[in-house]
Design a protein around this ligand. Structure first.
Ligand code: FAD
Ligand code: SF4
Length: 495
C-alpha cells in the first residue's frame, strides 16, 4: 500500500484491518528443539499491523504500560518504514525492548486497554516492539547513550536480573559508578535460569549485558551478598555510597504432602535452573545431573508451570499438567497456555495433588490427586476450588512443583535494619523505593514477591531516580516504617 493510501485510511478502516498473527514453528516440530517458537514479523506484516493503530490522542496503551513507553509514536515509525527509529523511541523508556517484546504480559497491560481491542483484536504492541528491537539488533543500528562526566559516587547493585540491570543502566547513564554483584556465575536472573530459550534466546540477554558492560557497568560474579559481604561491608569498607537490592524471589514454595521429599520431586526453580543455567540436560558433558523421567507431572498453571511443561516435553517426556482450578483460572499469560496446548501435553484441570507415591528406595512412582470443583470467586477474583472426595492416581517418575516463589531471606536475615513484612518481602517507601536502612533501596521481585519483568523494571527506574537524588542529598531520610508494597503485585503503576 502506498504512503498516500495509508494516510487516507480513516480510523474506522484502520480498526477493521485484520490482525497480523505472529508466525510460529508448528507444535509437532518445535517440541523436538529449543529454538524460539515465534519466528517474527516480516517488514510487510509489521507495517500492516502498525496501520491498525489509530494514534489515539489519549493513548490508553501508554497508561497501561508500567514504564510508560510512547507506544503510538513507535508504532507510527514502524508504519512509516523506520524500525530503527522505532527502537530508539522505545529505548527512551525501556532499554530491554527485545526482552520485553517477548515476555511482557501485554494481554494484561497495554493491549488489554487498546482502543482497537474494543471491536477487533487489539494492536499487536508486543509483536511490534519485538520487530523494532530485532531490526535494531540484526542491523546494528543501536545508538550508544552519552554517559555524563563521573559524579564520583559509587553504587552497589545486588542481583543481575531485570531489576538490577535496569537500575545499573539508569544510574550509569546519570554518571555514577556502578558495580553489580551477582550470586551466580552469569547475569540475567530469571531471564537466564527460568524463562526457557524457546521463549527468550540467550544471545538476546547476552547482548543486553554486553551493552551494560560497554557503558561501563562492572559485574562481579559468584558473590552472595549477605554471605560473603554484608550491606554494611558495601557501605563502609567497600566504599559504596548507596546500595540497590534486586535479589528477586528465588525461594520456591513447596507442597506439604506425603512424598514431597522423594527422589525425582523438584521445585520448578531447581529443575529449570539445572537445565538452563547448569546445562544438566547435557550431563555428563556438564557436571550437574538431572533426574529426567519419562513421565513428568507438573503441578501449577502459571508461566513457570507452562515453561516447565514445555521444557520437559522437549527433553522427550510424556508430560502432564495438574492444576486445582480450571483452565479459565490458569494464571499464565494466555499466549503461553495456547502455545503449550499446541505441544501435545496432557491436562488434568481441577486436580489437586494430595500425595506423591514412592517405591522402597524413595523414588516417586505416581501422583495421587483429589478431583476438585469450582465454587464462588475468592479474594483473587478467581473461582475457588473445593474438594469432591473423589481421588485418582497416575504413574509418573518425576514431579515438578511450579507453585511460585518467596523472597530469598539471606539479605534481610543478615541485616535487621532492612525491614520485611510477614511474607518476607522487603518493605520500601512506595514513592521512592527506599528501604528502612539508610542508603539502601530495593525493587523487583524482592519487594513484591514473584511478579513480572516490566514491573521489576518500572520499580527499578523509580529506585534509581531516588538513589540519584539521595546521592545529591535531595532525598529525605530512610522511612522508619516503610509502606508495605504487597499490593503492588496487582496495582503497581509507574509514575
Ligand atoms: P530475578 O530475575 O530473580 O533476579 C535476581 C538476581 O539476584 C538473580 O540473578 C539472583 O541470582 C541474584 N541474587 C539473589 N540473591 C542474591 C544475593 N544475596 N547476592 C547476589 N545476588 C543475588 N515475567 C514476565 O514478565 N514474563 C514472563 O513470561 C515470565 N516468565 C517467567 C517464567 C519463570 C519460569 C519464572 C520463574 C518467572 C517468570 N517471570 C516472567 C517473572 C520474572 O522473571 C520476574 O518477575 C523478574 O525476573 C524479576 O526480576 P528481578 O530482577 O527482581 O529478579
Ligand atoms: Fe494505538 Fe491502541 Fe495505543 Fe490507541 S490504544 S494508540 S490504537 S496501540
Amino acid at each position: 500500500m502506498s504512503e498516500e493510501c495509508i494516510k487516507e485510511l480513516s480510523n474506522k478502516e484502520r480498526m477493521n484491518l485484520p490482525y497480523q498473527e505472529m508466525p510460529l514453528h508448528p507444535g509437532i516440530e518445535r517440541i523436538k528443539h529449543f529454538y524460539e517458537v515465534p519466528t517474527g514479523y516480516t517488514p510487510e506484516m509489521a507495517k500492516a499491523e502498525a496501520m491498525r493503530c489509530i494514534q489515539c490522542k489519549t493513548p490508553a496503551c501508554v497508561a497501561g504500560c508500567p514504564v510508560g513507553i510512547d507506544i503510538p509514536a513507535f508504532i507510527k515509525l514502524i508504519e512509516e518504514g523506520n524500525p530503527a527509529d522505532a527502537a530508539t523511541k522505545i529505548r527512551e523508556s525501556n532499554f530491554l525492548p527485545a526482552i520485553c517484546g517477548r515476555v511482557c504480559p501485554q494481554d494484561k497491560q497495554c493491549q488489554a486497554v487498546c482502543i482497537v481491542g474494543k471491536k477487533n483484536d487489539p494492536v499487536g504492541i508486543g509483536c511490534l516492539e519485538r520487530y523494532a528491537a530485532d531490526y535494531e539488533r540484526e542491523n546494528a543500528t543501536l545508538k550508544m547513550p552519552d554517559i555524563p562526566k563521573s559524579t564520583g559516587k559509587k553504587v552497589a547493585i545486588i542481583g543481575a536480573g531485570p531489576a538490577g540491570m535496569t537500575a545499573a543502566y539508569e544510574l550509569r547513564t546519570r554518571g555514577h559508578e556502578v558495580v553489580v554483584f551477582e550470586a551466580f556465575h552469569r547475569a540475567g536472573g530469571v531471564l537466564v535460569y527460568g524463562i526457557p530459550r524457546f521463549r527468550l534466546p540467550l544471545e538476546i540477554i547476552d547482548e543486553d549485558i554486553a551493552f551494560l558492560e560497554k557503558i561501563g557497568v562492572q559485574f562481579v560474579y559468584n558473590m552472595i551478598i549477605g554471605k560473603i559481604l554484608t550491606l554494611d561491608d558495601l557501605l563502609e569498607s567497600e566504599g559504596f555510597d548507596a546500595v540497590f537490592i534486586g535479589s528477586g524471589a528465588g525461594l520456591p514454595k513447596m507442597l506439604n504432602i506425603p512424598g514431597v521429599n522423594a527422589n525425582g520431586v523438584y521445585s520448578a526453580n531447581e529443575y529449570l535452573t539445572r537445565i538452563y543455567l547448569m546445562q544438566a540436560d547435557k550431563f555428563p558433558k556438564f557436571s550437574t545431573p538431572l533426574y529426567q523421567g519419562k513421565k513428568v507431572a507438573v503441578i501449577g498453571a502459571g508461566n513457570t508451570a507452562m515453561d516447565t511443561l514445555r521444557t520437559a516435553k522437549r527433553l522427550g517426556a510424556d508430560t502432564t499438567c495438574y492444576y486445582r482450578r480450571s483452565r479459565d483460572e490458569a494464571p499464565a499469560r494466555s499466549e503461553e497456555v495456547e502455545h503449550a496446548e499446541d505441544e501435545y501435553l496432557n491436562w488434568k484441570w481441577l486436580s489437586n495433588p494430595v500425595e506423591f507415591i514412592t517405591d522402597e528406595d524413595n523414588f516417586i512412582t505416581a501422583i495421587k490427586c483429589e478431583k476438585m470443583e469450582l465454587s464462588e470467586p475468592d479474594d483473587s477474583g478467581r473461582r475457588r476450588p473445593v474438594p469432591t472426595g473423589e481421588f485418582f492416581t497416575e504413574d509418573c517418575d518425576t514431579a515438578v512443583l511450579a507453585l511460585g516463589c518467596d523472597v530469598n531471606p539471606i539479605i534481610p536475615a543478615t541485616d535487621k535494619k532492612v525491614r520485611i513484612n510477614k511474607w518476607g518481602v522487603i518493605m520500601v517507601d512506595e514513592t521512592t523505593c527506599q528501604t528502612s536502612k539508610e542508603g539502601v533501596f530495593a525493587a523487583g521481585d524482592a519487594i513484591t514477591g514473584g511478579s513480572t519483568v516490566i514491573l521489576a523494571m518500572g520499580q527499578a527506574k523509580m529506585a534509581a531516580k531516588s538513589i540519584d537524588k539521595y546521592l545529591k542529598g535531595d532525598l529525605p531520610d530512610a522511612p522508619d516504617v516503610p509502606t508495605d508494597p504487597e499490593h503492588w503485585v496487582k496495582e503497581w503503576k509507574f509514575s
